[in-house]
Design a protein. Sequence first.
Length: 548
Amino acid sequence: MKKTTLFFLLVLSQITFGQSKITENEKLIATCKVWGFLKYYHPKVANGEVKWDNQLLEVLPKIEKAQSKEEFSLVLENWIDDLGPVREIAPIIVPKNVEYFDKNFDLSWFNNKLFSKKLSKKLKFIENNRFQTEEEIGPGYNPLKNGDYFNLKYDNKNSKIVWTFAYWNLIEYFFPYKYLMDQKWDVTLEKMLPLVLETKNEDDFYTVARKMSAKLNDTHVEFAIYKNNHFEENRRYFPATGKIIDNKLVVTEILGDSLAQADNIKVGDAITKINDKTIEALVAEYRDLFSASNEPALLNKVVRKILNGYSDNVNVEFFKDGKYTTKAMTWFNYHDSHRNEFKKGAKKKKKEKFKLLENNIGYVDMGVIKDTHIPDMIEALKSTKAIVFDMRNYPNGTYEQIAKFLNAHEETFVIYTYPDFSYPGRFKWTEGTKCGSENKDYYKGKIIMLLNEESMSQAEWTAMCFQTAGNTTIIGSQTAGADGNVIELDFKPFHTRYSGIGVYYPNKRETQRIGIVPNIEVKPTIKGIQEGRDEVLERAILFIEGGV
């Protein structure tokens, strides 16, 4: 009898082991990957025949009921089978002129330990017989087509799951810099999905979604909540902006003149605390809310967050002349059009488009000058011994005209990777962009570019263009490290975005996250700001005069 009982217990344990348990998070992660893969690979789904988001809602209850890996795999197999047979096609030949960039591409998850061999084979078969399109994908592609996941219900678990799956897969297949993230995108899904499910209201959900977008490590990424627009009139601002230097927020520009005067706020003032929180603590608190390619870009974004809020009364601690003093300030919404007395103070001072500095040195403000001004600029500065192009801003698309003036020949200055919609997750190297022209009268003097963390996207792209002129020197500090175009994702209640194409030097050297590397690194100091000096420009002039 004992032997019989032992035999049945052994058999039961083997059955129990075979029907291995699976957690909800494991099921949802695997479902997310299968759903996203089918969305972009299955011929019937990818061509828009199926309302795929709705089908996810229909299958989620079945996923939830599955208690074992075997039951889970069977649900997914049946789901795929219900779409109908996939026609087997001839092997897809990669054209000879196509060179793939595959650092983002990974479908190894087909062999997930949760999947049956039958399910893995089905997925591989769909990859080999995937949806094909002749659509040419350029910088303005729309990855949101065939989607209907815009009307989020924040109290509905499945509605939140659909959005999370959709967003994760957009990045998984179409973000060119996935391979450069600090945290693997798979890990982000694993960690964020439970947090999404725990959210109880809109604000909780937006916080988690924002933290998820921050994991892209892409300075182009922003996160705007439309529902909060009516809060803008209640938003309050410190009357200036600044930079974080040595764990202090140093005022660099006054934005509200009359308000700053009322509290005796001046350029060079060093803020050490806001409402008893140190600048270092505030940076740590906000760090995971902002996507940034590198630390300087992150600090630049955090400054904006620190210097506004919804409280009228704010205690601000300053460090000046070796002493700490706290001011009880009243912050206002001086950007509000209804506050005419404050709006006037928020206007920025007019800047010169270009000018002649001492010792025959030209200066061009790339954030102000436009195409219509270029002929006058060339005429005024063509005989200078050097021109300083200040790109610590966002240029106005003037690279082409200026490059023709600077370059002796036409040169390719950038190449790209575009997503392949016929093989999602893979990116193709594409022809680059040229600048300059055959010009015997090209500019012979030194070309200096001033860059810093404010130099992003078009500024970085323009700097790459000007580098082809040869006699160029970059002075300043690390740029924002977000080059190329932007893909906008408008989800109705909120909006986000990401860098949509990969941007590289012609030799395939990266710019994302690294930025445009300066030849001479110079950063502003607190002392220099207090003295009203532009230390980066000063260093440029020193280099022009002495060559070192």
